[in-house]
Design a protein around this ligand. Structure first.
Ligand code: AMP
Length: 114
C-alpha cells in the first residue's frame, strides 16, 4: 500500500518547506495557506487520526503538543498568538490520514473558530 503523503514528506520523497523538526516531530509550511502563517505540525510516526491512537502513543502525542510553542517561537508568533486546529475525520474535513496540527497565525484571527 502506498504511504500517505505526509509519510512521504517525512521520508523526503515529497519536498516540503521545513520550519522545525525534532527526532519525532516535523513542522512544514502548508502548501495551500489560509492565513499569513499556516504551518502543519506532524508526528514522524504514522498515526492516522486521534481515534486510532493508544496509550502506547502517549509520548509521541506529548512531543507533538510540546512542539507547538517551539514552532511558534521559530515563526516569531509565540507571544502574538496563534490558533491550532486538528481536523479529525470526514465531517471535520480531514483530507490527509496522518495526524496533523494546523498552526495559523500572522494576523488577528478573531474569536470565531469557523
Ligand atoms: P486536513 O484537511 O486537515 O487533512 O489538512 C490537510 C492539509 O495538508 C491541507 O491544508 C493541505 O493544504 C495540506 N497539504 C496537502 N498536501 C501538502 C503538501 N504536499 N505540502 C504541504 N501541505 C500539504
Amino acid at each position: 500500500m502506498e504511504k500517505c503523503i505526509f509519510d512521504q514528506i517525512v521520508e523526503g520523497k515529497i519536498p516540503s518547506k521545513k520550519v522545525w523538526e525534532s527526532d519525532s516531530v516535523l513542522a512544514f509550511w502548508d502548501i495551500s495557506p489560509v492565513a499569513p502563517i499556516h504551518v502543519l505540525i506532524i508526528p514522524k510516526k504514522h498515526l492516522q487520526d486521534l481515534n486510532s491512537v493508544t496509550q502506547n502513543d502517549k509520548e509521541i502525542l506529548g512531543d507533538l503538543m510540546l512542539a507547538v510553542p517551539e514552532v511558534a517561537k521559530k515563526l516569531g508568533v509565540k507571544d502574538s498568538g496563534y490558533r491550532i486546529i486538528i481536523n479529525n475525520g470526514e465531517h471535520a474535513g480531514q483530507l490527509v490520514p496522518h495526524i496533523h496540527i494546523h498552526l495559523l497565525a500572522g494576523k488577528n484571527l478573531g474569536p470565531k473558530i469557523i
